[in-house]
Design a protein around this ligand. Structure first.
Ligand code: URA
Length: 195
């Protein structure tokens, strides 16, 4: 049987030495991910590290990260530290542009290995990049969010990316924030079903 901790460490070192795409030249740190590795119930997959994450080496620590924590904890009653938080790619694209196809391909084995080692019961994709990449769909997040899909037998639940919610502050009925509040409660209900 694979020892998850040593396999995890090995994978982290591999990513730390990665030079598969040009982002290795501009990164300060890889952002591998953070959270419980053993008995992981839920894995969050964001897009890519931003400036704060690149400098600290930790996922979702900037403004979007603070909003993510709020959504989970205040909206859903889900403790952020109970989830594993990672990104589709592990290095920051310059100027926070979207990852390009080559970068997504170069990094995809790492994300796949993380998922296969963690074996989460639920994957939550945040925004277009991770949702489209994992589900191999052209459908945008607005049509995908709040519904249950599967990635190789694991439940997958797309939600809006918190950066998008920072740009649209409305909480009016059916606004992205309003819908996110509904989605996080649906996520919590599903987590409770697993207990
Ligand atoms: N946005 C992301 O998608 N991931 C991070 O880690 C930070 C911001």
């Amino acid at each position: 049987m694979i020892n998850i901790n040593s396999a995890w460490q090995e994978l982290r070192e591999k990513v730390g030495n990665c030079q598969k795409c040009g982002l290795c030249q501009t990164r300060h740190n890889i952002v591998f991910g953070e959270g419980p590795v053993e008995n992981c119930k839920v894995m969050i997959v964001g897009e890519a590290p931003g400036e704060d994450e690149d400098l600290s080496g930790r996922p979702f620590v900037g403004k979007a990260g603070q909003l993510l924590t709020n959504i989970l904890e205040k909206g859903g009653g889900i403790s952020r530290s109970s989830l594993y938080v990672a990104n589709t790619i592990k290095c920051r694209p310059p100027d926070n542009r979207n990852p390009n196809r080559n970068e997504l391909i170069a990094c995809s084995d790492y994300l796949e290995a993380q998922i296969l080692l963690l074996k989460p019961k639920i994957i939550v994709t945040l925004g277009n990049v991770s949702t489209k990449w994992l589900l191999k769909t052209d459908q945008g997040i607005t049509t995908m969010r709040g519904q249950w899909f599967e990635w190789r037998g694991i439940k997958l639940f797309p939600m809006f990316h918190p950066s998008y919610l920072l740009r649209d502050q409305s909480s009016a009925k059916n606004s992205p924030r309003y819908l996110t509040w509904i989605d996080v409660r649906a996520l919590k209900a599903k987590i409770d079903e697993l207990q």
